[in-house]
Design a protein around this ligand. Structure first.
Ligand SMILES: NC(=O)c1ccc[n+]([C@@H]2O[C@H](COP(=O)([O-])OP(=O)(O)OC[C@H]3O[C@@H](n4cnc5c(N)ncnc54)[C@H](O)[C@@H]3O)[C@@H](O)[C@H]2O)c1
Length: 368
């Protein structure tokens, strides 16, 4: 099969490495206007064919049914890359954050429908990890009773993309290029994971805030106008008559507070606590036996061959080839992104926001 990468930066390399783990040989093509980026990519993947321009790459040969394009540019170029890829007649996997705003996301979705091609988002990077699947299995077993509350807090003290992490990519700090800060960067994984685990039909963002903590390392020579700490009070409403779940959500890559990584789901019969983005940490199930708190570790089962960085391509490849897959495609690829827009809108206006979530379509496939 053929894999076309639009953008030859940091994430394009991880997709190229994942391609080498697919069950069939992959021919790589890559387009980037930055000659240095192309040269560096070629030194790691010498068999790839390089282009200075994505349109030129996509029109260099007719499409085949199983071609996949990955849009691996900064967010400001996701719409254009996705447009070119879909119009070239190819299935398209777009990096996260899916777009710059809801309007772009809707345009991309409608174009995929019009072209009859699959459109996915790399926000599924943590989907299918066995510890998250273990959490879903306990929830489905009914062992938690009526779920009424969840805590989803993940924050580093100093891990800002464009400053402490990947400082060469200053575009992360400029809202006109990135669409926003930490919420655009990690919110896609947070909301894709929360939706996957709790399967809501509707999400209410009741209150929200964003903040830009200041440090001596803040760059003064470039545009830096994005947030690095966000939080919200959410309510997840189910498709059945289950009671609504109140969620305390927080995400940060810069705080003067403490680092915390907490996933906790509380029900009337038991609670789960896990570290959603670190599969090496245990999943704890706590319940009551004879009036005493009992804590057990849930065994997620043996690991598979893939890493989180492999997941977006592996899941999408499976979807394209009609195999069981954790990919989110079509409307399901966008609902997590609408939550991000809703959170920004709520933080700006103080008004609550509602997001309707498309039903899950994925088949079960334990991949990590
Ligand atoms: N770096 C990470 O750890 C990471 C992880 C997950 C997802 N992502 C996402 O991947 C995307 C890219 O991030 P990155 O870290 O690889 O950025 P990067 O800065 O390393 O590379 C981006 C590349 O895109 C190229 N580019 C810009 N406009 C282009 C266009 N119109 N056509 C072709 N190429 C173009 C740039 O020249 C650059 O080489 C972002 O959406 C980011 O959020 C990054």
């Amino acid at each position: 099969m053929r894999l076309y990468l639009i953008g030859a930066g940091v994430i394009a390399r991880t997709h190229a490495e994942a391609a080498a783990k697919l069950p069939q040989a992959v021919e790589l093509r890559v387009a980037d206007p930055n000659a240095e980026a192309l040269k560096s990519f070629l030194s790691s993947f010498p068999k790839s064919i390089t282009f200075a321009d994505a349109e030129q790459m996509l029109s260099s040969e007719p499409p085949l049914e199983d071609d996949i394009v990955i849009v691996a540019t900064p967010p400001f170029a996701h719409l254009e890359g996705t447009r070119l890829a879909l119009k070239s007649g190819r299935h398209t996997l777009c990096e996260k954050p899916f777009a710059m705003n809801d309007e772009e996301a809707e345009e991309m979705l409608l174009l995929a429908e019009a072209e009859g091609k699959l459109l996915g988002c790399c926000s599924v990077r943590y989907k299918g990890m066995l510890h998250n699947e273990a959490v879903k299995n306990v929830i489905r077993s009914g062992a938690l009773g009526d779920i009424y509350h969840a805590t989803f807090v993940n924050k580093w003290t100093r891990s800002r993309a464009g400053i402490e992490y990947q400082p060469a990519s200053r575009w992360f700090l400029d809202k006109s290029k990135s669409g926003g800060g930490i919420l655009m960067d990690w919110g896609p994984y947070d909301f894709a994971t929360l939706i996957d685990v709790l399967d809501p039909a509707e999400i209410e963002v009741s209150s929200a805030w964003t903040a830009k903590p200041q440090t001596a390392a803040d760059p003064q020579d470039v545009v830096y106008n994005v947030e690095h700490h966000v939080g919200a009070q959410l309510t997840f409403r189910s498709r059945s008559n289950a009671r609504p779940i109140a969620i305390h959500y927080e995400r940060g890559t810069c705080t003067h507070g403490s680092e915390q990584f907490i996933g906790e789901i509380e029900g009337t019969l038991g609670a789960l606590r896990w570290t959603p983005f670190d599969s090496r940490q245990p999943v704890f199930f706590r319940s009551d036996h004879d009036g005493v708190v009992v804590e057990e570790i849930v065994d997620p089962g043996p690991r598979g061959p893939y890493t989180v960085m492999d997941h977006p391509l592996i899941h999408f490849y499976n979807q394209v080839n009609a195999l069981p897959s954790h990919a989110n495609v079509g409307r399901r690829a966008v609902d997590h992104f609408l939550c991000i827009g809703a959170l920004y809108k709520c933080a700006d206006s103080g008004e609550k926001q509602l997001v309707t979530v498309a039903p899950a379509t994925d088949a079960r496939e334990a991949s990590e």
